[in-house]
Unconditional design. Structure first.
Length: 71
């Protein structure tokens, strides 16, 4: 039975057994563990300073640290 609240393309993916991800895809580059380790842990830079050096947002630094288990 088709669920009318779910778009057709999502029902097709589900029926085909394909992975269904929630949320929006990430934009931009992924931060490497080495860069985050060097800046935030070894050099002791703040989140804001690390974001300026790497040219990304503070949120991206927070997510990278969490993803790599550094904070």
């Amino acid at each position: 039975m088709k669920d009318k609240q779910i778009p057709d393309w999502l029902n097709y993916k589900r029926a085909a057994g394909l992975e269904i991800r929630s949320g929006r895809p990430s934009k931009g580059k992924k931060l490497s563990k080495e860069d985050l380790q060097r800046l935030c842990v070894d050099e002791g830079k703040s989140i804001r300073e690390a974001a300026e050096v790497l040219g990304c947002s503070k949120d991206m630094i927070y997510r990278g640290l969490k993803e790599h288990g550094l904070r």
